[in-house]
Design a protein around this ligand. Structure first.
Ligand code: PLP
Length: 244
């Protein structure tokens, strides 16, 4: 259960972030309908996700399988009981974290979108998992803009090959690219680079129109550089408690 105070906090923060997105769009002449807000709920309980859903949120992001699997199941069960309908249509789960290849089967069973494809093993594992679960997944190739792949993402020169590989699997639908601006880097420069990568992929895969970029601290430059999906956690949910 969410307390009234928490509900208010989430509502206010969400409204403030939506305002930021509107302003960012209007300052560069973009249609706000082209930009989707994914609320990143990692480290926060299922009750917060359900409250966000009541507040109109339809896209939620999680970054660790260990935490996400149970939370997603709990949220979906509650929504199904509440709405008596198909929960998949009312809340889309985005997996945005680094993916170990031994977790791909599980993630393919509950995620709707996976943003973090960065290795052939992960792509093939997700494809097998999706097949086994009889599900379709929207997928993005994560780009490491500074070439340091330790925090996830593929080096730029590998992105096109990975995109082709993902697109070749029946159950995976290649939708575009994702990146996190490297620490200390200029987000404007980073997201402009990402747009170049995205343009290259879209030239080969016309359905790959998504650019997932921008978080609490840098959503404005992401919008300016053409992001279609923003992943915002802290600005809506507050600071994350330290990992246990
Ligand atoms: C946590 C996380 C976010 C959200 O970051 P905030 O700074 O809390 O908005 C976005 N993308 C990824 C990949 C994340 O892990």
């Amino acid at each position: 259960m969410t307390s009234p105070a928490r509900r208010n906090e989430l509502a206010e923060n969400l409204a403030a972030v939506r305002q930021r997105i509107l302003r960012a769009c209007s300052s560069v002449g973009r249609d706000p309908d082209e930009v989707r807000l994914i609320v990143v709920t990692k480290h926060f309980p299922a009750s917060d996700v359900l409250t966000l859903h009541e507040l109109g949120v339809r896209d939620v992001g999680e970054n660790r399988d260990q935490e996400a699997a149970g939370k997603v199941a709990e949220v979906r069960t509650t929504l199904r009981d509440r709405e008596g309908g198909s929960e998949a249509e009312v809340l889309t789960f985005h997996f945005i974290g680094q993916l170990q290849s031994n977790k791909t089967g599980r993630v393919a069973g509950y995620a709707d979108v996976v943003h973090s494809l960065d290795r052939a093993k992960v792509i093939d594992g997700l494809a097998r998992g999706a097949q086994a679960a009889d599900r379709d997944l929207d997928v993005l190739v994560q780009v490491s803009l500074d070439g340091d792949t330790s925090r996830g993402g593929a080096r730029r020169e590998q992105v096109s090959e990975l995109a082709d590989r993902a697109a070749a699997h029946d159950r995976l639908h290649l939708r575009g690219v994702m990146a996190v601006a490297p620490l200390g880097a200029d987000p404007e420069v980073c997201f402009t680079d990402l747009r170049d990568v995205a343009d290259g992929i879209r030239a080969r895969h016309p359905d790959a129109t998504w650019v997932s970029a921008g978080m609490s601290a840098d959503l404005e430059p992401a919008v300016a550089a053409g992001a279609t999906h923003l992943r915002v956690g802290t600005a809506i949910l507050g600071s994350r408690p330290p990992l246990l």
